[in-house]
Design a protein. Structure first.
Length: 178
């Protein structure tokens, strides 16, 4: 039975979902990279305004293990952690953007002053006009990166964080097979 906002996973062992070299106890383990990629890629395809349901199909003997009973908590913990990591990346991006903006505005101010000085001191020739315009262009180009950060670069991180938050709130259900 598949619902519209359901991600279905079929595994033979609970351990298939988690990174095998992770030394932490089961509840603290990281998801296997392939398992995370599978879940996240399917979640991206689901409508964004509805909750997500994750159905894990596994053998009935595996469903009796304590790890199976903790699966919901483990997935919630993992995706909450990933959302926090992306939030930190977003904060770092904005910090870098603010620094780049301060530098860019300083360069722009310096270039405008230098351009105005050149306009007043140099005799009006095509070469003098080239110097003036080049300085203004340089000043604006110095602001390209901060504008890119504040206009475009943060959107993918917010989408990724929101997706991880939705996955951390997903209802996890176990379905057994023989």
């Amino acid at each position: 039975m598949t619902l519209t906002n359901t991600i279905e996973i079929r595994i033979d062992r609970i351990s298939q979902l988690f990174h095998s070299l992770d030394p932490f106890p089961f509840r603290e383990k990281d998801l296997d990279r392939d398992a995370e990629e599978f879940i996240v890629s399917w979640a991206r395809e689901l409508p964004q305004n509805q909750p997500i349901r994750i159905v894990v199909h596994l053998p009935s003997m595996e469903a009796l293990k304590p790890e199976a009973q903790d699966l919901s908590h483990a997935l919630t913990r993992y995706f909450t952690y990933r959302a926090q990591i992306v939030t930190h990346e977003l904060k770092e991006l904005f910090r870098i953007g603010r620094q780049a903006l301060m530098i860019g505005l300083g360069v722009l101010a310096f270039c405008v002053i230098l351009s105005q000085t050149a306009a007043h001191r140099l005799t009006p020739t095509p070469f003098a006009g080239l110097i003036e315009e080049s300085l203004i262009i340089l000043g604006w180009v110095a602001n390209w990166r901060p504008l890119e950060i504040f206009l475009y670069d943060w959107w993918p991180l917010v989408r990724q964080r929101n997706l991880y938050q939705r996955l951390s709130n997903a209802r996890v259900e176990l379905m057994t097979f023989v």
